[in-house]
Each structure stands twice: as C-alpha cells, then as structure tokens.
Design a protein around this ligand. Structure first.
Ligand code: ATP
Length: 316
C-alpha cells in the first residue's frame, strides 16, 4: 500500500498514510490542519488530527458516525475554537507556509507577506473566517432564508460586497455610481449561479417551496456567490436521489474546474466520495486513520476495518 520511502522523505509523517510528493495536498497546499484537538469536557471528539487540502482539489473527509468530521469542520469554519492545534489558510503564493512552520509566538489572526496572506483560522471569529479568509460552508441541515425568493437568497449572500460599495451609508447608496455597478455585478453573479445550478426557472419562487435537491443546490449557489477560496460542504448529497446525486457531482466538478475554489466535503455517499474526490481523509473515533487518493483509501485495511465495524459501506 505505502509508496517507496524515497518519495515520502520530504513529507511530514503525521500527514501521510499514502504519501506522494506530487499530490497537490503536499506540493500545493491551500489549507493545513495541524494536530487539531477538540475536547468537550471529558470527551475527545478530535485527537491531534493533521491533514492538508490541496489547492484546486476536492478533499473528502469521511468516517463512521461520530468520527469527528463535523467537529473538524466547525473548527475550520470558526464555529468552534479548538482545544489545541493550528489551521492555516493561504491566499497567494506557497511562501506563506515558511511563516506558518516558523510561527511560534505570534498571536496574529493574519500574516501579510507582500501580496500573500496567511490566515490562522483557529484564532478568527467565524464571521471573519467567511468574510476575510473567504471560507464558505453549507450545513448538514439546510439553512436557507425560506421565505425569500431563490434570487433574493443569492443577493443577500452578496450583502457584504454591496455594503462596502455603499461606503456603509444611505448617501452612498443614493449617490455613488460604484453602488449601482456593485448592484449590477451582484445580479449578474446571481444569474450565473442560477444558471449553473439549474434554478433559473425557480428564481422568483420562495426558497422554502423548492424540492429538497434544489434547495441543496441553492445552498451551494449561495455559498459560491461569496467567491470562496475554500468551500466546505457538510453532507451535500444527503437525501438526494441517484439522479440528483449525479447532478451534484457534475456541479462540484465544474466548480473545481472553472473557479479558483477548492472544496472540502463531509460525505457518507461513497459514490460521490469515490467519484469526484482527489483526496480522501478518513477519521475514526476522532483520529485520522487514512489519508490518500480514493483508490488508496478504499483499499486500506484500516479503513475497511473501521467501516466493517459500522453500519456504513466504504465500497462505491
Ligand atoms: N458540542 C458538542 N458537545 C459535546 N459533544 C459533542 C459536541 N459536538 C460533537 N460532540 C461529540 O463529538 C463526537 C464527534 O461528533 P461529530 O459530530 O464531529 O462526528 P461526525 O463524524 O460528524 O458524525 P456524523 O457522521 O454522525 O455527523 C461525538 O461523540 C459527538 O457526540
């Protein structure tokens, strides 16, 4: 299973059960999660978990129920402050990782190195993780504005861009040509994502009236309207029928291909995980047990044993 030692010499051993330096999560990491630990009282939900997400990759975080996946998500997106560990997100060149590795005493939330930025997500409040570090997420339970139309949901997602174009004042809204331009751009972006998610015909319908699969795609469209660097999807295929699941795969692949957005998803549906992921990280009882390509992970005895002990299936 493991690759020759010569290939793995440069890789942090805690990262790799199936390491190869050519994988983007080693050669071009966007996100580094390092020794992440989260305790709730006496329960260790996540225990010293280390993994990278490659820039331009679809990374899947899988594992049996209660493995700690959502807790990792909540730490990355700022909902939880981890008990220990670090989470770095890069905007710009790879040079920021030298600072991350050297970082010991600073308490900054962000390091600015010329054009490049390094965000220390575990130190940032959740609204800064989304607004400044550009990490968007969807939830296991859909959270749309059910009484607003589909289009309105996509415009509300762009509220921050519109407010800054208004210079945060009513005078700005009334007088600034920049506001008019920002509003037109917001509508254009909403239309683009309506089209990509096949929701144009439902634009004026209340979001709450949409079938379940459409609501799932609308959540993704809404997240993409914020121009995320990293899009975190919590069980995007949950409750979808096989056709909707295939459409979801197509949508996620096209986000990866056409946008500078990397994806991290929690998913139980192995046809989605094995069908579209570049990289799979497996947790069990809060600990990372495997980390590699879908093929490597699917054949990993540790993963097979973990799933055999649960009601879930690792086969696609
Ligand atoms: N806020 C919390 N307070 C106390 N315990 C928690 C909290 N959040 C999660 N846990 C516990 O941490 C462990 C990991 O839960 P988590 O939801 O992260 O797992 P998961 O892999 O996402 O599971 P599932 O696939 O069922 O959603 C579980 O034992 C859970 O009960």
């Amino acid at each position: 299973m493991s690759t020759p030692t010569s290939m793995t010499d440069t890789i942090d051993p805690s990262l790799a059960s199936h390491a190869h330096p050519e994988h983007r999560w080693h050669s071009d990491p966007l996100l580094k999660v390092e020794k992440l630990t989260m305790r709730f009282g006496g329960l260790t939900a996540v225990n010293a978990v280390t993994f990278n997400c490659g820039r331009g990759d679809i990374t899947a975080l899988i594992g049996p129920n209660g493995a700690g996946k959502t807790t990792v998500f909540n730490c990355i997106t700022g909902f939880y402050k981890p008990t220990e560990g670090r989470i770095g997100l890069r905007h710009g060149s790879l040079a920021v990782w030298d600072e991350f590795d050297a970082l010991t005493t600073s308490t900054d939330q962000r390091l600015i190195l010329g054009q490049d930025h390094l965000y220390l997500l575990e130190r940032m409040p959740d609204f800064h993780v989304s607004r400044t570090a550009k990490v968007a997420r969807t939830f296991q339970n859909i959270r749309l504005f059910a009484g607003m139309t589909v289009l309105e949901n996509l415009l509300v997602a762009q509220h921050n861009a519109l407010m800054s174009a208004s210079a945060f004042s009513i005078a700005g809204i009334l007088k600034l040509p920049g506001y008019g331009r920002a509003e037109a751009a917001a509508i254009d972006k909403a239309k683009y994502w309506l089209d990509k998610t096949n929701l144009t015909a439902r634009a004026d319908d209340p979001a709450g009236s949409l079938p379940y699969g459409d609501q799932r795609r609308l959540e993704i469209a809404r997240a993409m309207c914020t121009n995320p660097v990293l899009l975190c999807l919590d069980e995007p295929a949950a409750g979808l029928n096989p056709k909707e699941s295939l459409d979801l795969n197509t949508l996620l692949r096209s986000i990866r291909a056409d946008h500078d957005t990397s994806l991290l998803l929690i998913e139980h549906d192995m046809s989605v995980v094995m069908g579209i992921s570049d990289h799979v990280v497996v947790l069990n009882y809060g600990t990372k047990i495997s980390d590699g390509t879908p093929e490597q992970v699917r054949n990993d005895p540790a993963v097979i044993a973990a799933y055999l002990g649960s009601d879930e299936e690792v086969e696609d």
